[in-house]
Design a protein around this ligand. Sequence first.
Ligand code: TXA
Ligand code: MG
Length: 337
Amino acid sequence: MKTLVLKENYESIATNLIKNGEIIVVPTETVYGLAGDALNKNSAKKIYSLKGRPQDNPLIVHISEINEIYRLVCDITTEQLNFLEHFWPGPLTVILKKSNIVPIETTGGLETVAIRMPNNNIIREIIKCTNTPLAAPSANLSGKPSPTRVEHVLEDFDNKIPLVIDGGQCELGIESTIIDLTSSVPRILRPGVITLEEIKKYLPNVEYGGFCEEDNLPIAPGMKYKHYAPEGKAYLVCGDNKSEYILNEIKSKIDKKIAVISFSENISKYENQTVLLFDMGSKLKPIEVSRKIFHLLRKCDEYNVEYIYIEFENESGIFVAIKNRLIKATSHNLINT
Ligand code: TXA
Ligand code: MG
């Protein structure tokens, strides 16, 4: 199958494909999504098989207007709606009890459903044209870094899907914050650009749902699987002496292909080294880092890098979410210096 990549005039072809149960790729403000009709169980099955994703790892259902949520959930309180109005459209996904029209194929067998209203005109326009919510996981093969550019999507899905809509580089670069509203204490199952501190202003008793602790997994079923992993062996290096540590590692691996992913502030420390050097952005600008991070992990694969050293230091706000992705990308190879 030839994959068509379109920047414009995609509306009618996208609508027809979705209505016929086909799967296409659409941009969102977080990452690209592999989208199909969320209310068609065969579309959901196709998404799992294309991604190579385990069937018990549920999909996020995307809507274009807040009132589309009513028919997808059993009940929703005024307080919950007010909360959503503050953050939608945006990088926030909520878990609620599902209604009967949402097939369990979409929810990975669960009685709950994850819903998000993205802040991106292309996907919202397609939801409006098709008149159905779109189930869309990140458009990467299971286990690979999430796609933030069309080139990443094509690495994984060229000639496997009929249509990719090109919306340019994703603005935020990491997936939405997921919050579970099905219990009395709201819990963040996956951190994102919308932080615990921001959510606390509206839901004062919100807590982290243990997404970092091995024993607590899996609260969001997707969190138990291998994720974002580049081919090379990757390390997340924290602490005051991280540059010295990385420089020593470079010295001891003279014959190996090494990449260093450094904050802009520290990049000059590695400039004389024979390594692939990537600037991930300023440690004062988390969005700069989130926007780039999956791209840089994929770059390491492109160059067949054997060892990857990623600097890290700030652990608050949006950096909590970036660290969460990097802990997974490095398979918990965390080094404190
Ligand atoms: O930003 C995003 O959320 C992107 C874009 C495309 O919208 N989507 C995304 O989807 O990241 P995906 O499938 O890669 O991640 C969905 C996560 C998985 O970890 C899954 O287990 C969790 O959401 N999830 C979905 N439904 C759930 C449910 N009912 N209960 C708990 N976790 C759920
Ligand atoms: Mg994903």
